[in-house]
Design a protein around this ligand. Structure first.
Ligand code: F6R
Length: 594
């Protein structure tokens, strides 16, 4: 997804802009550009990588500038469609994340008033509108322009001769970083972590006027106060730390993420969410909404909650939620989102609030839009997740769900004590999976030659099969499908054969015998079979072609160790195929469009 940066201070803006854009590359992009004001505005942009921009862009002298990484939506990736975009005079430059819904009407009106457009983008109307409304005061012109714009935006505006940047947001995140005789603007925290950890999160409808010495925030024409926050993520956490890819580093961080996330909640005397109080207040059912990997965590959450709390849990894909007709009053809704910026999840949250639901967000990014909409936010302690493919955030989300359910579990005292013990041991169990890379690497080499793969699981590991398939397809580009093992015979059997490997997750729970039967059926159809099975399983070796062993855990925690093994499998398969693992084609880290 697009990334925004801005700098104003006493140093050359260009090197800050390029460095910060590099920190945002993980969001995914297909073009990039910068604009720097040094008397007049100089723009350099193209459908190129940031490293190329750094190499080929001329040295621009100014101390105030803006930059952007664009992920094409309105108009293909090209030099002319890349941001920043300018008005007719070339004196106003704008970078924009979001979508303008009333583009056609605005553009036609502006053309009839003599404005010339050069790109296919929706963004280009913004500098023209600002030009139209400019009457000697830039922030007032921005306010006037945004009054006629319908849609979502995070924008930063630069104007020749004005020693300031004007930033505004609606439904798309934007932060201001506070420095010493310099200030920064960015769509995302990692962009500015090299320079400062003091930030202000702009709120919906805010307009920030940023000079090198001051930050003023206006809303509806009046100045407002916004709290300064300290970002606890370090720049090291947002760097590769010697790993070849962020994805591998983030997979390896999971023992720590489990410790940190559990530590946060186990140390508190207060329950994470006071379910008993909510029940007394009339909450009758629970619903989890999410997208992608977070949705898979939600599906695992259903098994956890239903087993431990004995209450039904609905789970929905956030983008489908608008089309359902449930009665939702008296529902506790939990929305899981790593970024806290996923448009589909935010839309669902707004609808939930409208119908009177209590909304709890499980998010990883402090200050994200989800946390502003939710009644309560539970933060996962995954640290910055840079790789587009989610790994450690999934595990952290599961930890919150485990803790939430265990706190009110209907399980007997012995089971509870044993679950708590297992939870404490989980980091070392995950470490064992990480230390068992050799067999995973061998399986990855084998898998990398195929183009179609099935992942199967049962019970609480069915969502893990979905997640394993998602990871493999997004980073290795192998077509992969996750299936409930019992469903294969209802259609997909037609695709089985020598060229379609199956990865079976074999848990030692009430699904075990049925899974062994499925494996025999699959082998009878000649599909190569890789099993993910517990240490000590004596039977599986004689049925599967290869076995990846994971440590023994209480079945309820098996999704954690299994998911980590499948993340490594996806990673090494993608590496074997030479894929750009951290930035898979066509994907973005946070999906801020519906
Ligand atoms: C897959 C992946 C995506 C995200 C999805 C939701 O590896 O990263 O499927 O899980 O886009 O993102 P969040 O959790 O930020 O709402």
């Amino acid at each position: 997804m697009c990334g925004i940066v801005g700098y104003i201070g006493e140093k050359q803006a260009q090197s800050f802009l390029v460095n910060s854009l590099r920190r945002l590359e993980y969001r995914g992009y297909d073009s990039c550009g910068i604009a720097v004001a040094d008397g007049s505005i100089e723009v350099y942009k193209d459908a190129i990588r940031v490293e190329t921009l750094e190499r080929v862009a001329p040295q621009l002298g100014g101390k105030v500038g803006i930059g952007h990484t664009r992920w094409a939506t309105c108009g293909g990736p090209s030099q002319v469609n890349a941001h920043p975009h300018c008005d007719c005079t070339g004196n106003i430059a704008v970078v924009h994340n979001g979508v303008i819904n009333n583009l056609q009407g605005l553009k036609q009106q502006l053309i009839s008033e003599g404005h010339n457009f050069v790109s296919e983008t929706d963004t280009e109307v913004i500098p023209h509108l600002i030009e139209k409304y400019y009457n000697g005061n830039l922030e007032k012109a921005v306010e006037a322009a945004l009054r006629v714009v319908e849609g979502s935006y995070a924008i930063v505006v630069l104007m020749a001769g004005e020693p300031k940047l004007v930033a505004a947001r609606k439904d798309s995140p934007l932060i201001i970083g506070i420095g010493d005789r310099e200030n920064f603007i960015a769509s995302d925290v990692p962009a500015i972590l090299d320079y400062t950890n003091r930030v202000i999160y702009l709120e919906e409808g805010d307009i920030g006027v940023v000079t090198k010495d001051s930050i003023k925030i206006r809303r509806d024409g009046t100045e407002v106060d916004r709290e300064e926050h300290k970002v606890l993520w370090s720049i090291e956490e947002a760097q590769k730390a010697g790993y070849e890819h962020f994805m591998l580093k983030e997979i390896h961080e999971q023992p720590k993420v489990i410790r940190d996330t559990l530590g946060e909640y186990t140390s508190s005397a207060e329950p994470v969410v006071d379910l008993m109080r909510l029940r007394d207040e009339g909450i009758e059912s629970m619903l989890i909404l999410a997208c992608g990997t977070s949705y898979h965590a939600a599906l695992v959450g259903k098994y956890i909650v239903e087993e431990l709390l004995r209450i039904p849990m609905m789970v929905e894909i956030a983008s489908e939620f608008s089309y359902y007709g449930q009665t939702l009053a008296r529902t506790l809704a939990i929305v899981i989102t790593q970024s806290g910026e996923t448009a589909d999840s935010l839309k669902a949250m707004k609808r939930l609030k409208e119908v009177g639901c209590r909304v709890v967000a499980i998010a990883n990014v402090v200050g994200s839009s989800a946390s502003r909409i939710a009644d309560q936010t539970i933060y996962t302690k995954a640290g910055p997740e840079i790789s587009v493919a989610a790994t450690k955030s999934f595990t952290a989300q599961l930890m919150v769900l485990y803790w939430l359910a265990i706190g009110y579990s209907k399980a007997d005292a012995r089971r509870l004590a044993s679950m708590l013990l297992e939870l404490r041991q989980l980091p070392s169990k995950v470490q064992q999976v990480l230390d068992n890379e050799d067999i995973i690497l061998q399986c990855a080499r084998y898998l990398s030659k195929y183009e179609n793969v099935f992942f199967i699981g049962r019970g609480i590991n069915f969502p893990v099969a979905l997640e394993g398939a998602l990871k493999l397809k997004e980073v290795s580009y192998i077509h992969a499908e996750g299936y409930a093992a019992g469903e294969l015979k209802h259609g997909p059997f037609a695709l089985l054969g020598e060229n379609t490997p199956v990865i079976a997750i074999v848990a030692r729970d009430n699904t075990y015998e049925a899974m062994l039967s499925n494996i025999k059926e699959i082998k009878a159809r000649k599909s190569p079979l890789i099993a993910l099975a517990e240490e000590g399983d004596e039977v599986i070796g004689s049925l599967a072609d290869s076995v990846i062993t994971v440590p023994q855990v209480d079945a309820i925690f098996s999704p954690v160790v299994n998911a980590v093994a499948l993340q490594l499998l996806a990673y090494y398969t993608a590496k074997e195929r030479g894929c750009p693992i951290d930035f898979p084609r066509n994907l973005a880290k946070s999906v801020t469009v519906e």
